[in-house]
Design a protein around this ligand. Structure first.
Ligand SMILES: C[S@@+](CC[C@H](N)C(=O)[O-])C[C@H]1O[C@@H](n2cnc3c(N)ncnc32)[C@H](O)[C@@H]1O
Length: 224
């Protein structure tokens, strides 16, 4: 089976899993820590591993995590010493899961969650040292909020992300952005370059030994 058909099937199965979680939630282990996901929330998975393993957060910095899902990246930003972390997600179930995980990991005092379509819930003057994003990789129609965790209709969310991200990044700030070999790497690079960003591949990770599906994290910053 070709990679596209294989990935279509695999992602559809995962969406059914996200929907089939019982109302009290389900615990998922990720890098030796536990995260609770309520129904309809994307589960922490290998896609975010290159980012979480390699992103740089200096103690005291502020971090914005766009498309926070269970809050896994935001929680690890807190473990790295961020002074303030804000997680945004369009899916109310994700905000509920991330709010639980912020409390369970002891970071409720510095990790805030807001339901938001990209940057909509941010003030015009809210800027961050670091912005992280593991948004849906694929340009494929999403018919519900669960599908929107993996598919981006017309690549519109990714396009709007790059149009808006510069307004919320402090001078000298860094963006860490995830993509995949079954996603839209070239389109993402084009959008980032059009937004005046320098793009550098930082790390990659495969789901398994076949290396058929790979995930990449890119570090971006404003071109001088
Ligand atoms: C691939 S999941 C990643 C979740 C989490 N950050 C992680 O790494 O496990 C993508 C997330 O982006 C969210 N998302 C999709 N479109 C969005 C939008 N327009 N604004 C905010 N969040 C969005 C989805 O609801 C989903 O939680």
């Amino acid at each position: 089976m070709d990679l596209v058909s294989f990935t279509d099937q695999w992602q559809a199965q995962r969406q059914q899993l996200f929907k089939s979680v019982p109302p009290e939630g389900r615990t998922v282990r990720y890098l030796d820590r536990e995260f609770l996901v309520y129904p309809d929330t994307f589960w922490p998975f290998a896609d975010s591993l290159p980012l979480v393993r390699h992103f740089r957060v200096e103690p005291g910095e502020s971090v914005l995590d766009v498309g926070t899902g269970s809050g896994v990246i935001a929680v690890f930003a807190c473990y790295r010493g961020a002074a303030r972390v804000l997680g945004l997600d369009i899916n109310p179930a994700a905000i509920r899961s991330a709010t639980h995980n912020a409390q369970a990991h002891g970071f409720a005092d510095r990790l805030e969650l807001r339901r938001s379509d990209l940057f909509e819930a941010l003030g015009a003057d809210e800027r961050f040292d670091v912005i992280t994003a593991n948004l849906p990789f694929r340009n494929k129609p999403a018919h519900d909020v669960v599908a929107m965790s993996q598919w981006d209709t017309g690549f519109a969310t990714n396009t709007r992300f790059f149009e808006g991200v510069g307004r919320h990044l402090k001078p000298g700030g860094r963006i860490y952005f995830v993509q995949s070999n079954f996603g839209e790497i070239e389109a993402m690079q084009g959008l980032a370059q059009a937004a005046g960003l320098r793009v550098e591949e930082l790390a990659s990770e495969a789901i398994d030994d076949t290396k058929r599906q790979q995930f990449f994290v890119y570090e971006m910053s404003h071109r001088a």
